[in-house]
Write a protein that binds this ligand. Structure first.
Ligand code: SAH
Length: 467
């Protein structure tokens, strides 16, 4: 095993042992961890090491010697290049196993608190076409394969697809994305074809030239279909593109556009113009309806979001006299989902427009016991805030990947709600925060949920009770 080369060297017959948190698989060689992409635990492979660090090697697959029993044929033609579905070559049951293990490993590694056995991860009902929102980028410098590189000067370099991980200016032209609806795929491909046929320019993120920048396609469980086209400037072609979509896809219920002349792709702070149809999409969960504005966040796997929220509601076990806090509420969906069980819900979120959406949805659903505040958690969650809103009996928190700010954890320990339901998309920071809470709380139940099949991402809900 292991022939040394100058800098790069090969390792032969490496057994892949595990799938890591970033979706990268892991083997071991000479006491070092070897990270390899596009392999599956159980594979025996030859790899080329291209980076050597003190504790680990980074390697690329050269040859698959013995395929793992966990291997499946990836469905997607773009697998291996597009960074979106790192685990599409792994059987779904194995994906679930490694997500569960990820949570278990993080909780054990932190080691500062005891926890009962994790409940088995809730699988996703759909493992394809589960995303209700996809954003594609136009580029006049699409990514080219080695083969294409050889005759690049004969090719049309315009593309519409996904940013490649780690190369900000390269976009992979997508012909079909299996995570999205068929209609979404049709819209993307027809739009590209129309633009190419009419010589409408694709954007260049380095020179900031070109008209077409992005297209966002969203659909809802109620059958709504929202399409937002982002242009770099106003132009005669704008109307032509929008009319083309309107005529070709009568299923579109909200057809919108944005003019983005900024350096970055974010449209969060820009005006959205409704070209045709409604200026929102309607989502439904149980008997609740939510109007979702074009820039507003809504959980991307809607049927799994329902399972996630039902778990939160069961874990929270709210009684009619309880004051419930929902921290990091987004568009207030969890707050509204549990509001009818509680005396009052107090929710906090720092995106202004999300809070506006939350307030409108409270009215839409005749919920009048939920209050929403805009602000940074660490700054809002003060003694005065608690004095004003009442001490929470139950606290729900669903922070972003970096977890809760230490001041937020400190404040929770000061006010001591009887129960905490902690929803997280990153078990590493969740375990860190729970370790901080473990002086006063114990973990009673843990439920991982799979929201994103074929990716390494795992959502995890923990219920903690006061010791
Ligand atoms: N619970 C919501 C969304 C949670 S995502 C749902 O299920 O739809 C996490 C949310 O935390 C995002 O909406 C993000 O804008 C918000 N957020 C992130 N950092 C924050 C901070 N420091 N203060 C307040 N809100 C924050």
């Amino acid at each position: 095993m292991g022939k040394k080369m100058k800098e790069k060297f090969t390792i032969e017959d490496l057994l892949i042992l595990d799938a890591g948190a970033e979706g990268v698989c892991i083997g071991k060689y000479e006491e070092r961890v070897v990270f390899v992409n596009n392999v599956v635990p159980g594979d025996v492979v030859d790899v080329e090491v291209y980076k050597k660090k003190h504790h680990y090697y980074m390697a690329r697959l050269l040859q698959l010697k013995v395929p793992s029993e966990k291997r499946v044929e990836p469905k997607c033609e773009h697998f291996g290049i597009c960074g979106g579905c790192k685990w599409q070559n792994m059987d779904y049951q194995a994906q679930l196993f490694y997500k569960q293990k990820q949570v278990q490993d993080h909780f054990e590694r932190i080691g500062k608190f005891s926890f009962p056995p994790l409940k088995p991860i809730l699988p996703s009902d759909n493992i394809f076409q589960y995303r209700n929102k996809i954003e594609y980028t136009f580029s006049n410098r699409r990514w080219l394969s080695n083969e294409e590189m050889e005759h690049a000067d004969e090719l049309n370099l315009n593309g519409l697809g996904f940013h490649l991980p780690g190369v900000f200016d390269k976009v992979l032209d997508i012909n079909h994305c299996d995570l999205h609806s068929e209609i979404g795929n049709q819209i993307r491909n027809s739009l590209r074809e129309f633009a190419l046929k009419n010589s409408i320019s694709f954007y260049n993120i380095r020179t900031h030239e070109g008209l077409l920048r992005n297209v966002v396609i969203r659909n809802s469980v109620c059958g709504d279909l929202m399409v937002i086209v982002v242009f770099a400037y106003k132009d005669k072609f704008l109307e032509m593109v929008m009319n083309f979509l309107r005529v070709t896809f009568p299923q579109i219920t909200s057809l919108m556009y944005v003019v983005n002349d900024k350096m970055n792709d974010s449209i969060a702070d820009l005006e959205v113009h409704t070209f045709f149809g409604n200026d929102f999409m309607t989502e439904q969960m149980e008997d609740l309806q939510f109007h979702v504005a074009p820039q507003a966040f809504y959980q991307t796997n809607a049927s799994q979001a329902l399972k996630l929220y039902q778990t939160v509601r069961t874990f929270a076990n709210i009684q009619p006299e309880d004051i419930v806090y929902d921290l990091y509420t987004g568009t207030g969906t969890i707050a509204l989902f549990v509001a009818r069980l509680a005396k009052k819900v107090v929710a906090v979120e720092y995106v202004d427009s999300a809070v506006e959406n939350a307030k409108e949805n409270a009215i839409l659903n005749h919920i009048d016991n939920a209050v929403f505040y805009v602000g940074d958690m660490a700054k809002v969650f003060t003694d005065d805030f608690i004095a004003k809103n009442g001490k929470p009996d139950i606290l729900i928190a669903d922070p972003p990947r970096n977890g809760m700010h230490p001041d937020v954890v400190a404040q929770i320990l000061k006010i001591m709600p009887k129960r905490i339901v902690y929803v997280s998309c990153n078990p590493a920071t969740q375990a860190r925060d729970i370790a901080l809470l473990s002086s006063a709380y114990q973990v009673i139940a843990t439920q991982p949920v799979d929201m994103f099949p074929h990716t390494q991402h795992v959502e995890n809900v923990c219920m903690l009770e006061k010791l």
